[in-house]
Design a protein around this ligand. Structure first.
Ligand SMILES: Cc1cc2nc3c(=O)[nH]c(=O)nc-3n(C[C@H](O)[C@H](O)[C@H](O)COP(=O)(O)OP(=O)(O)OC[C@H]3O[C@@H](n4cnc5c(N)ncnc54)[C@H](O)[C@@H]3O)c2cc1C
Length: 509
């Protein structure tokens, strides 16, 4: 008799997806979540009447034409949700007074690049050709009807046969390297601002392809309603979620995972344990490093992660109706380099959520200013609680003053300011060093896209992992897909057929 009970650690997108797919396939799941809400990093919080969205800029798979959309339907977040596709990814104001716009439409982007910097025609051509190469890519999903899946497989096979080498070339170049092909400093600055320099270029091209295909939209309502909808889907399918339940140990007997111990001392048992929580904590703390082989240790020692963030949410009594709607915001130069938190910075990037009226009272707007910040800096500061709070306050005031350079009068209109440091992200989600999206995809680890990362650890049975720490590149789609891949593998292990259901009447939560 197969034991079909599963304990899942963490109710982020990875854990919730694991719960939903496992329930769909006849397993009995319990999720233990340390926070009092579902969603993990995909969250938002309210302050003085404003919603500060802590996550979503774009959701890949938002177009009903894409294979990924069906997955969002399966977990219950696509139904009834409105997605906005902005015309601009980002506006970058140069220190020489010129403004370069990263348009989401590839033809418009090409025209703008050529007009903006004719001397960069060659680099522009390579860049645009790269995006067009990715436009043709539509991964077959096993939820497509058979004929459509076969057609997609054939198309993909043809694409890989004819363009596979070119794709590999793009995988091997980092964004930092490619950007140097452009002469114009404003274009260089914009591309550097958009993407991390270590990241494989292929994924920047893919992002533009998704944006062009209107397949990376912003969901009205933002992050938390999506997480709540997934939690609701899990509960409706018969799963249970225990909040305020921090797992401190994964219990192993012999060589088998048998359950978990919570911070309150209680122990809970199941046939399988899946950790969808932070990878480092899972491997090095919950499992006491016992199953960390050399490959795993090396990964945690050497692979670069997404940076930690200094994150400032602002509520402003101003409509910003005349500012363009964009996926990622506006970056502008400062009059003079200014210390913000741990670094002296020469520009500020602000995301104006003027596309989503649900985040602020009528006529007002929710804004977010984000910048990479050193985890170690804040960790060292934190034992002196007063110094830490003073520094956070300074960050808030400085950001408001700097915004006033670009939007005169705004300092009088700010009604709410809320500063989160890398320690805030760590405290609320448990992510290693407050990292916001797991591993970067670099030319070195991009091979993992062809051969997915292992979801088990050597030496321990009945234990599995899913979520952003086993999917380089991270992001919401990856967390879902890793959970889906895992549950499919479990069904196979148990001799069953993996099945999924779309409930069309699912309503927004
Ligand atoms: C500012 C920002 C912007 C982003 N923008 C986008 C975007 O536009 N598009 C996109 O696709 N992605 C975006 N992301 C990334 C995306 O949010 C993450 O990659 C994704 O949410 C990761 O989901 P996960 O389930 O793998 O991990 P997490 O969300 O980290 O979930 C892990 C869960 O485990 C819980 N947990 C941890 N430890 C324990 C424990 N000991 N016991 C019990 N529970 C525990 C945590 O509380 C959490 O709920 C963004 C992230 C941030 C922060």
């Amino acid at each position: 008799m197969i034991d079909k009970s599963i304990i899942i650690i963490g109710a982020g997108f990875g854990g919730l997806s694991a719960g939903i797919y496992a329930q769909m396939n006849g397993y009995h799941t319990q999720i233990f979540e340390m926070h009092n809400l579902p969603g993990g990093l995909c969250t938002a919080w309210k302050h003085k009447g404003y919603t500060i969205d802590g996550c979503i800029h774009w959701l890949v798979g938002s177009s009903p034409k894409s294979g990924m959309y069906r997955y969002w339907e399966e977990v219950g977040i696509a139904q009834g949700r409105e997605f906005v596709n902005a015309e601009e990814f980002m506006r970058y104001e140069g220190s020489d007074g010129r403004t370069f716009t990263l348009f989401t439409n590839v033809d418009k982007l090409e025209k703008h690049l050529l007009e903006f910097s004719p001397q960069d025609a060659k680099a522009t051509c390579q860049f645009i050709q790269g995006i067009r190469l990715c436009l043709a890519f539509d991964q077959p999903s096993e939820s497509d009807p058979l004929l459509k899946r076969l057609q997609k497989k054939l198309k993909l096979g043809l694409l890989l046969a004819t363009k596979g080498r070119k794709m590999q070339e793009w995988m091997r170049i980092t964004t930092g390297e490619f950007v140097k092909r452009f002469q114009d400093p404003v274009i260089r600055g914009a591309l550097r601002e958009m993407w991390l320099p270590e990241f494989s270029m292929f994924f920047m091209l893919f992002t533009f392809a998704f944006l062009h295909n209107q397949n990376a939209g912003y969901p009205i309502g933002g992050s938390l309603p999506m997480s709540l909808a997934m939690a609701k889907r899990d509960l409706n399918r018969g799963g249970s979620i225990h909040y305020d339940s921090r797992v401190i140990k994964i219990l192993v007997e012999g060589n088998k995972a048998i359950g978990v111990r919570l911070a309150d001392g209680s122990e809970h048992f199941a046939g399988r344990v899946i950790s969808a929580a932070d990878g480092y904590t899972t491997i090095f703390k919950m499992l006491d490093e016992k199953y960390a082989d050399e490959e795993t240790k090396e990964r945690y020692a050497k692979w670069p992660t997404f940076p930690s963030l200094l994150f400032v949410g602002l509520g402003v009594n101003r409509s910003f109706a005349n500012e363009p709607q964009s996926v990622s915001g506006l970056s502008f130069p400062l009059r003079q380099p200014t210390e913000i938190g741990d670094e002296v910075r020469d520009r500020l990037s602000v995301h104006i959520f003027n596309q989503d009226p649900t985040l602020a009272p009528v006529g007002k707007t929710s804004l977010v200013v984000m910048m990479p910040s050193s985890y170690e800096y804040w960790k060292e500061l934190a034992p002196d609680r007063t110094a830490y709070e003073v520094k956070k306050d300074q960050v808030g005031h400085t950001v408001i003053d700097l915004l006033n350079q670009r939007f005169p009068g705004i300092s009088q209109q700010v009604e709410m300011v809320d500063v989160a440091t890398p320690l805030t992200f760590e405290r609320y989600t448990g992510n290693w060093k407050g990292c916001f999206e797991g591993w970067l995809i670099t030319p070195q680890n991009s091979v993992s896209l062809l051969k997915p990362m292992r979801q088990t650890l050597p030496g321990v049975q009945n234990f599995y992992m899913c979520g952003q720490w086993v999917e380089p590149g991270g992001g919401l789609p990856s967390s879902l897909m890793s959970a889906r891949r895992l549950v499919r593998a479990l069904c196979k292990e148990d001799g069953g057929k993996f099945r999924t259901i779309v409930e069309l009447d699912a309503t927004r939560s």
